[in-house]
Design a protein around this ligand. Structure first.
Ligand SMILES: Nc1ncnc2c1ncn2[C@@H]1O[C@H](COP(=O)(O)OP(=O)(O)OP(=O)(O)O)[C@@H](O)[C@H]1O
Ligand SMILES: N[C@@H](Cc1ccc(O)cc1)C(=O)O
Length: 553
């Protein structure tokens, strides 16, 4: 890693910009970089993972990564590695730099250079705007002290969705670079309704709906941001700061109107408020804007002020539609507290192939909660990404390192490339991040069961596991047994006409229980019924755009 990447005082252990995770995970991460033997990676990873809170063990004996340093320097660096304190001194940093002369020590040095989170986000296309260059500096010192960064989510649905996942991912990048993520649930702001990016006013939500939504999104946030998930990672040893989850209703519920007008309204200039994109757009529309919606930016602005003053949160992040609200916060902090030091960052909105934003208002949301969209469907959605979009999505939605994404991209252009390899990787990585190993395994099992010609034996258990995810219908035995498959396809609504069914069979696109149908006059026999009661009909191209139907007879 070039010296220019070395941020003074930010000596957190990093494996080429990736946070260190215990055990095999880190080993795998580093071995991907092909610079270390797997054995050495395991040693390093284990020594990092096992490093006790007391800071008594030096890396010298275990991971061999800090040869030639005094125990005190090792301890300083080691402790900072786990994010407990950032006690690395300038002197130790300098020593590290000058002493890293041999190849092995150079490699070792790479292991302890932290990446600035802003560089990481920039590299991955996750920055649309920031409030200024000072943010980069702010995230790298002094002495690498962790920054508290917050992202807000209004509980306007029972789950977050794929667009919101970017917020979780950016929080997670901050976390992986040694900072403290704060997820703020907008229990109060959801009662007001953010006009940003909205052409019509949001409907008012009942208190019960907001409570239900809060429970739902808290579960999603806790689940995904949980630091020590997965069998490979032992609890409490990841060295990452655990996320803080808050609800702004906790401070707004006792805030009286008079207090608000005195403590917040007094400092807000109407001209500045009117100049915000979210307001300007609505004022020019026929519908206009309610006073309630107009005040939204001050609520979010005050949240930042409160979190800055009382909780030490100095950075707010959000999608690009949040720019006006975020700057409302930095402006308030400057006016009320007469202080600089608050920062904002936005990322570009994730758009669907038709150019509309991934969201919930627009319909067809890709939910993150398994109870609203099964891991299988979530996986399939990502698997269905086009070749044109897949690399960009690998950059913004996964934590795969840059080199690995580059390798995938280069492979895509070669003759030996197996179609959808990049999509499969994307689906695996994102499903694992959102639904954990178990969710991924469920998604893969269902994918296998539904793959035409799959080796997975289709039995009733396999079908029952996917019945939620696949359209199904019931027909009488008489309607299917001894009937031509072509007729059954129409009766069950799988296909629109006999001609379409025949065409599909000719193209090799119709499957009965995952086996290709080749004979246009094939009839359904008792032996075709799985467990004497179910069949799976599939139509479409292999791997993609499959339409399935489970028929119970
Ligand atoms: N498609 C998207 N791409 C990137 N970020 C998004 C996307 N959709 C929402 N976000 C971000 O997620 C955070 C929470 O957003 P919000 O609650 O407004 O989501 P939403 O579901 O899009 O709302 P709605 O669809 O009702 O407008 C914000 O920072 C917002 O910018
Ligand atoms: N306004 C944000 C949610 C939010 C709420 C309160 C905050 O303090 C910050 C962000 C949104 O709708 O996406």
């Amino acid at each position: 890693m070039a010296a220019s990447h070395i941020a003074r005082g930010a000596m957190i252990f990093r494996l080429h910009g990736l946070s260190i995770h215990p055990g095999a995970y880190a080993a795998r991460t580093v071995s991907h970089l092909a610079r270390f033997s797997v054995e050495k990676c395991v040693q390093n990873a284990v020594s990092l993972a096992d490093f006790p809170k007391s800071g008594k063990m030096s890396f010298e004996g275990r991971g061999k990564c800090l040869k030639g340093f005094s125990p005190k320097q090792c301890r300083q660096i080691s402790v900072s590695a786990l994010g407990r304190t950032r006690a690395i001194s300038t002197e130790a940093e300098e020593t590290l730099r000058t002493r890293s002369t041999s190849t092995e020590e150079k490699e070792s040095f790479d292991l302890i250079i932290s990446r600035n989170v802003i560089d990481v986000l920039e590299e991955r296309g996750l920055i649309e705007s920031t409030t200024g260059d000072e943010l980069r500096l702010h995230c790298s010192g002094p002495n690498g002290s962790p920054v508290k960064v917050y992202c807000g989510f209004d509980p306007t649905a029972e789950s977050l969705h794929l667009g919101n996942l970017l917020g979780i991912i950016v929080l997670s990048w901050f976390q992986r670079c040694g900072h403290i993520p704060v997820a703020l649930m907008g229990g109060a702001t959801a009662r007001v309704g953010d006009p940003s990016g909205k052409s019509v006013e949001r409907p008012v939500l009942s208190d019960e709906a907001i409570e239900r939504n809060l429970l739902g999104i808290r579960a999603v946030l806790e689940d995904i941001l949980k630091v020590d998930r997965g069998s490979e990672k032992k609890p409490g040893k990841s060295g990452l700061h655990p996320p803080v989850i808050m609800n702004n209703y906790d401070w707004w519920k006792d805030f009286s109107l008079l207090e608000f007008l005195r403590d917040v309204g007094k400092y807000a200039r109407v001209g500045t408020m009117m100049a915000k994109e979210s307001v300007k757009r609505r004022l020019n529309s026929e519908e206009g804007m309610s006073y309630t919606e107009f005040t939204y930016q001050l609520l979010q602005g005050y949240d930042f002020l409160k979190l800055f003053k009382e909780d030490g949160v100095s950075v707010q992040i959000g999608g690009s539609d949040q720019w006006g609200n975020i700057t409302a916060g930095t402006e308030l902090i400057r006016k009320v507290l007469q202080q600089d030091g608050s920062h904002g960052l936005t990322w570009p909105l994730l758009l669907k192939s038709d150019g509309t934003k991934f969201g919930k208002s627009e319909g067809g949301a890709v939910w993150l909660s398994a109870s609203m969209l099964s891991p299988y469907k979530f996986y399939q959605y990502l698997f269905g990404t086009t070749d044109a979009d897949v690399i960009k999505l690998l950059k913004v939605l996964t934590f795969l390192d840059k080199e690995e994404i580059q390798r995938i991209e280069s492979a895509m252009g070669t003759p030996g490339y197996v179609p959808n390899t990049a999509q499969r990787r994307l689906a695996e990585e994102v499903t694992r991040f959102v639904h954990g190993e178990e969710g991924l395994a469920d998604a893969q099992k269902a994918t296998d069961a539904l793959a035409p010609g799959a080796s997975t034996k289709l039995d009733v258990q396999a079908l029952e596991a996917i019945v939620q995810d696949v359209p199904s219908c019931s027909v009488s035995r008489a309607e299917v047994l001894e009937n031509p498959l072509v007729d059954i396809c129409i009766k069950t609504g799988l296909l629109a006409s006999k001609a379409a069914a025949r065409r599909l069979i000719k193209q090799g696109g119709l499957y009965l229980n995952n086996e290709k149908v080749t004979d246009e006059s094939q009839v359904l026999n008792t032996v075709d019924l799985i467990d004497d009661r179910m069949i799976l009909l599939s139509a479409g191209k292999k791997n993609k755009l499959q339409k399935h139907l489970i028929v119970e007879a």
